[in-house]
Design a protein around this ligand. Structure first.
Ligand code: ATP
Ligand code: MG
Length: 254
């Protein structure tokens, strides 16, 4: 069965896109059929997958508005070996336009149906907001992956996200669950990071992935080359960490 994961956290810059791109590439490298859906007007996952966001005519925006089928918008990441539904600034308008449409929370879920079964994993990169786009992702997914930096305010925003997930569960998608919390940009020498990490494990127990993503410059560089880190520097700590994360997810049977 296809596993659909929303990578979400309304806090900006916590590593959502880095995780979506590199986990997609890691899962694809172990033979899984992967689709990445870029649901952020910033189009960072699109660029990071080696697709020029300015050069594309049909994006997830047109799919959500019913102006194009998902088949028409689908492209393949030349580097990542996975398929992609791209996004660019057009998507910023969707936030307002979708509100007027019927089944506004279910637009992505319905649009995805024709191709869903072609994939083992579908990863959705959410924008840094609890808006209609993120809501569409949460209504489509079976589970949410929450990347977070282990810093002082990290836990504060988490309760808003957890409440939103609960609301989606009771109104739209009863099967939705939290797949796991992913510690990103981790610096083990930082005492505060260690403390927040411990707190996380205390609160969320085995919902915290064992794999930790270290701060690694190769991960930050790779998008500039339009490639997942695996094909920029496969030996780097960052590349190895995302391969480990893929292994952990696969061994969980998720
Ligand atoms: P936004 O909320 O704006 O969509 P995001 O949550 O998707 O942001 P990213 O874009 O993945 O976060 O990461 C933010 C910045 O941190 C980027 O410049 C990225 O290259 C860098 N970064 C992410 N993870 C790491 C890491 N493990 N080590 C070093 N740099 C990282
Ligand atoms: Mg992002």
């Amino acid at each position: 069965m296809t596993k659909i994961l929303a990578i979400a956290n309304q806090k900006g810059g916590v590593g959502k896109t880095t995780t979506t791109v590199n986990l997609s590439a890691s899962l694809a490298s172990s033979g899984r059929r992967v689709l990445l859906i870029d649901l952020d007007p910033q189009g960072n996952a699109t660029m990071g997958s080696g697709i020029n966001k300015q050069g594309i005519e049909l994006t997830v925006y047109h799919v959500l508005l019913g102006e194009a089928s998902i088949l028409q918008a689908r492209v393949t990441s030349p580097q990542g070996k996975y398929d992609l539904i791209p996004a660019n600034r057009d998507l910023a308008g969707a936030e307002i336009e979708i509100v007027e449409l019927p089944d506004r929370e279910m637009r992505l879920k319905s649009a995805l149906e024709p191709i869903e079964a072609e994939y083992d994993y579908i990863l959705i990169d959410c924008p840094p907001a609890l808006n209609m786009l993120t809501l569409n992702a949460l209504c489509t997914a079976q589970a949410v992956m929450i990347p977070m930096q282990c810093e002082y305010y990290a836990l504060e925003g988490l309760s808003d996200l957890v409440n939103t997930i609960k609301r989606v569960r009771s109104n739209f998608n009863s099967a939705l669950r939290i797949e796991g919390l992913l510690r990103t940009m981790f610096d083990p020498r930082n005492i505060l990071a260690q403390q927040v990490s411990e707190q996380l494990q205390k609160h969320f127990g085995n919902k915290v992935y064992r794999t930790v993503i270290p701060r690694n410059v190769r991960l930050a560089e790779a998008p500039g080359f339009g490639t997942p880190v695996l094909y920029h520097d496969g030996q780097s700590k960052g590349a190895q960490a995302y391969l480990d994360l893929a292994k952990e997810i696969l061994s969980n049977g998720h």
